[in-house]
Design a protein around this ligand. Sequence first.
Ligand code: FCB
Length: 450
Amino acid sequence: MSKFSKDFVFGTATSSYQIEGGYDQGGRSLSIWDTFSETPGKVWNDDHGQVACDHFNRYKEDIQLIKELGVGSYRFSIAWPRIFPEQGVYNEEGMDFYRSIIQELIKQGIKPVVTLYHWDLPMWAYNKGGWVNRESVDWFLEFAEVCFRELDPYVESWITHNEPWCASFLSYHMGHHAPGHRNIEEGVKAAHHILLSHGKAVELLKKDLGSKTPIGITLNLTPVYAPTTSTNDKIAINNADGYTNRWFLDPLFKGAYPMDMMNLFSSYIHDYSFIHEGDLATISVECDFFGINYYNRSLVEFAGSEKFLFTDAHSDYDKTGMGWDVSPQEFKELIYRLRMEYTKLPIFITENGSAYDDVLEEDGSVHDKERTAYMEKHIQAVCELENEGMNIAGYYLWSLLDNFEWAFGYEKRFGIFYVDFNTQQRYWKDSAKRYKEIVANRSVQKQAVK
Ligand code: FCB
């Protein structure tokens, strides 16, 4: 049986900084991504998101595309510096923008799924220490509270944070994302405060505001493999998995950081007193669903010279334009593991998709065969998982539009709609046409009866 159940949700996803532009419109102040992309050499081609897809001015047309796709839901995020351009200064005009998006979605029969934080931290917050400062939890809660108060009746579900690993380790330890720091202690503190702000936001919505709207968090999860079964490679797998997955899964679902990783980090972090009593109980507060962004597996091998004893190994899998392994089978294995070890909550695949080098033909078509194949394989995997009773509740394709792909600027195109960034014209790629068919048939099988 390879059909999706009737309640299964299909959607597409975007995020504020990647598509909105309008960086100085509507009372918005700057975020860490504005500043990071202004720093030469941080982003490919020194690209930035000042205009991006100009979604700020074109959201109605974009929602029309979502409607034509036929999906039931749209996941987007709120730019914090539009809502609080300065600390404690609420900007009604910023909220109006999101109210308009939500109204338009509802008018078109599309359910809004809202992410509060998809990485555009206001500069004012960064200047006070950003996520490394525990006060960031209070700043985030003030932001979350006005979003809840203003929008909750119209929102289908809330996602507190998108990929805390990226917002902390990738940004404060590895330095690839804004703010570009390279300090493990900062990375771990940022992760802790992000997770804590998640738990507190869930409590705020459910307990203090008494809302019944489902709320959860989205993690990026990467199942880790190694080329051999040697003891050394097992250590590599363990540590890579700890760094990428368990450091976030364990506090959320088990109420504790993984001890092996705490020990491993302790050469660099001598003092864990930033973890206060009660924090882990808050972080592990019960949610209504669990969001997963899945793109690829990772292959690592033992490396004695590396801090955490692992490094990337050579993989002979087919690759996307990001150089990421196309690995739908490992995606299924990841879900089996989550079901065994972590959670029974409904799972939403809140992002999945691929970048490839697209060619816009003269007649406006884009024959993106590889993206279409990637999409079909992963949706097929989701369908099998759903049919196996794995309780997968929905799938959001990343992304609706080609957009500002963070440190890769506009070089990498993840959209199912091609965007010509000179004219801002949108074009249907073949993958969008195929997705429309899959959504309509509720099956990847071509011969499926409607
Ligand atoms: C995820 C991000 C998303 C996008 C995709 C390709 O890590 O959540 O914004 O960049 O990767």
